[in-house]
Design a protein around this ligand. Structure first.
Ligand SMILES: Cc1ncc(COP(=O)(O)O)c(C=O)c1O
Length: 413
């Protein structure tokens, strides 16, 4: 354990993330606990309806439905499965993402091909995406240096930190090469494209995370939305052992049939009602929580803009501001490494993180595809100089100012 992580146990420590859970969430949980039915039923159904309705307000293609699941990882797995991804297929994913985005492809017997970041961005590069899809469709390996081969079947753009990818470009490339588009919207509720369309409604399916640090949390959980009802039906079937959902009430409703049929070999990926009840309250708070995150991020932007040592994260009007990935410029990193910066901040009781360690550097993928770091120069550059600062709705201005003071202190001689 580092000195820094010990310091975080003290009362004045500022955690990296902290969920905003109030009395309404507590009452919602109690209501479900007292109902005598804890797992998936009416609360989950209501959460699905309310979530889909919320996204539908500004969507060009409103969701035909939503399916609540146990995590975004489960949702990505099911969404790819519903799009028919399997052996012989390649799923194109950014290198700059969490393990989930790629592992789900491999779990389905497909391969993952990594895409580098765009210039000065944490988001995937459309040119690199097009080039990789073209190489694969010509029967070549994903990169000149090697990598997976197979049919390009799906792409998973990641709305990193709540900033929406250029979905027009991604969709155009997907159309040209016959790929499904599954949006990894784990960070992106509520986020919007440049045209004001909700992230998660811009592909064949969108997948959200309700993990404890996310913008809307149920502790653990996720949601799949799609404009295609067939995808929602398939996800709903496969999240519950391949058993039709109509039997969820077989224990609670005296008149319900005990009989069920296993239509497919499915998974156990449902969201329990206790968690869905928290999600329904969080959904109603979403705009308020976004406003609070924006106000902290604006404070950081003002403090770190313009000087020689730091670059503030790229942002846009519809940014959900889930993360604050500050970048250290060479004027600073020549004197102190990113890792030392992390330790120094932790030592002062400030919880920080690094988003992300690029997946192409991970031993499993490096060995499986014999990957070369030189194929992902922008992801490597982004990783080498990023520090994610605390950004959560309950943070006070005073806490944000302490973070600012400690970060600016890194640049003092
Ligand atoms: C980009 C991205 N995608 C997917 C996930 C997986 O989310 P979950 O923990 O809900 O499975 C995460 C989790 O942090 C993530 O950051």
């Amino acid at each position: 354990m580092s000195v820094g992580s010990m310091r975080q146990d003290t009362a004045d420590a500022i955690p990296f993330a902290r969920p905003f859970i109030g009395q309404e969430e507590e009452e919602a949980v109690l209501r479900v606990m007292r109902s005598g039915w804890l797992t998936t039923a009416g609360e989950a159904l209501a959460f699905e309806r309310e979530f889909a309705a919320r996204l539908g307000e500004n969507a060009v293609d409103p969701p035909a439905g939503a399916a609540a699941v146990s995590s975004a990882t489960a949702g990505l797995h099911l969404a790819l499965e519903a799009c028919g991804v399997g052996a012989g297929d390649v799923v194109l994913v950014p290198s700059y993402t969490f393990a989930s985005t790629a592992e789900v492809a491999v779990c389905l017997g497909a391969e993952a091909a990594f895409i580098d970041c765009a210039e000065d961005s944490f988001l995937l590069d459309a040119e690199n995406l097009e080039m990789t899809a073209r190489r694969l469709s010509e029967g070549k390996t994903a990169y000149e240096t090697g990598g997976p081969s197979g049919r390009p079947r799906a792409v998973i753009p990641v709305h990193f930190g709540g900033l929406c990818c250029d979905m027009e470009a991604v969709r155009g490339i997907a159309r040209d090469y016959g790929m499904a588009v599954i949006e990894d919207a784990a960070h992106a509720f509520p986020a919007y494209s440049a045209r004001g369309v909700p992230a998660g409604t811009l592909g064949d399916a969108g997948v959200f995370s309700f993990y404890s640090t996310k913008t809307l949390t149920t502790g653990e959980g996720g949601m799949v939305v799609s404009p295609n009802l067939e995808i929602i039906k398939r996800v709903s079937l496969m999240r519950m052992h391949g058993i039709d959902r109509s039997v969820w009430n077989r224990y609670t409703d005296a008149g319900a049939s005990w009989r069920y049929e296993v239509a497919e070999a499915g998974y156990k990926y449902n969201l329990p009602d206790i968690l869905a009840a928290i999600g329904r309250v969080q959904l109603r708070r979403a705009d308020d929580l976004l406003g609070k995150r924006r106000s902290i991020a604006a404070r950081y932007d003002a403090a770190f803009s313009g000087g020689p040592f730091f670059s503030v994260p790229p942002t846009a009007e519809g940014d959900a501001r889930h993360l604050y990935p500050l970048r250290l410029n060479s004027a600073l990193s020549e004197r102190i490494s990113r890792d030392e910066c992390v330790w120094k901040l932790q030592e002062q009781g400030i919880g920080v993180s690094v988003h992300f360690i690029p997946l192409h550097t991970m031993p499993y993928y490096r060995k499986r595809y014999k990957l070369k770091a030189r194929d992902f120069p922008r992801a490597m550059d982004a990783f080498s100089r990023v520090v994610s600062l605390p950004l959560w709705p309950g943070m006070t201005d005073g806490q944000a100012d302490r973070v600012i003071e400690a970060v600016l202190g890194l640049a003092l001689p």
